[in-house]
Ligand binder design. Structure first.
Ligand code: MD6
Ligand code: FE
Length: 205
């Protein structure tokens, strides 16, 4: 990496590095995620209200974000297997340090997989202890239409996130409302079986 060019999003704290990851970096990262899938399979969580997410999820690192009838939280084990989450590949904390400069490494990586019309409603990332720490997002595979607007409400706009793009919610945009309107099927051939995989790196505790 080391040569990612940041572009001005016009929204303070919403940082964007299009094409931050080379093709070989994308392949390497995807390989690590697919290898981890053997011990931490993708599963479909439910909201506290009992509705299934259309996105499939798993996690990497000491803590993973989960959702079920009991609520949203971070926990050290996979909710289906009960096993600890697999470790993060070194490339992820390296990317976090290079791009965010945050002094502590991420302790959680949520892995989202979008297939067959999956999307994610507008939300805020609120379950982390320190909302001062950034959330860094890595996109792999099909392009996503990412929607973002200020924390307090008002208008939103969309940004396309393509394979290898990295963005972050930091500072005044850390609690921005954001979601995925849709995935542009067939826009990338990176993910076996098609679709998009998104990694979000966080400081949960
Ligand atoms: C996604 N991303 O790109 C969903 N959260 O699939 C997120 O929910 C997200 O992109 C926090 C910070 C950046 C993000
Ligand atoms: Fe989010």
């Amino acid at each position: 990496m080391g040569r990612a060019r940041e572009i001005d999003t016009g929204m303070e704290g919403f940082r964007f590095w299009p094409g931050a990851l080379s093709a070989s970096e994308q392949t390497g990262l995807l390989g690590a995620v697919l290898a981890a899938e053997a011990s931490a399979p993708f599963y479909r969580p439910v909201t506290p209200g009992g509705r299934a997410f259309s996105v499939e999820m798993t996690g990497l690192g000491p803590l993973g974000w989960v959702s079920d009838r009991a609520g949203y939280r971070y926990q050290p084990t996979h909710p289906v297997t009960g096993a600890p989450w697999p470790p993060m590949p070194d490339a992820l904390p390296d990317l976090w340090r290079d791009l965010t400069g945050w002094p502590e490494p991420p302790d959680a990586c949520l892995v989202n997989r979008y297939r067959d019309g999956a999307k994610m409603g507008l939300h805020q990332d609120l379950d982390e202890r320190d909302h001062g720490a950034p959330v860094l997002s890595v996109s792999l595979g099909d392009t996503a239409v990412f929607r973002i607007g200020a924390a307090g409400g008002g208008s939103t706009r969309t940004v396309r996130l393509a394979s290898g793009d990295v963005c972050a919610l930091t500072g005044p945009a850390r609690l921005a409302r954001h979601g995925i309107d849709r995935i542009i099927a067939g826009s990338s051939s990176l993910v076996p079986g098609g679709g998009r995989i998104n990694l979000t790196l966080r400081r949960a505790l």
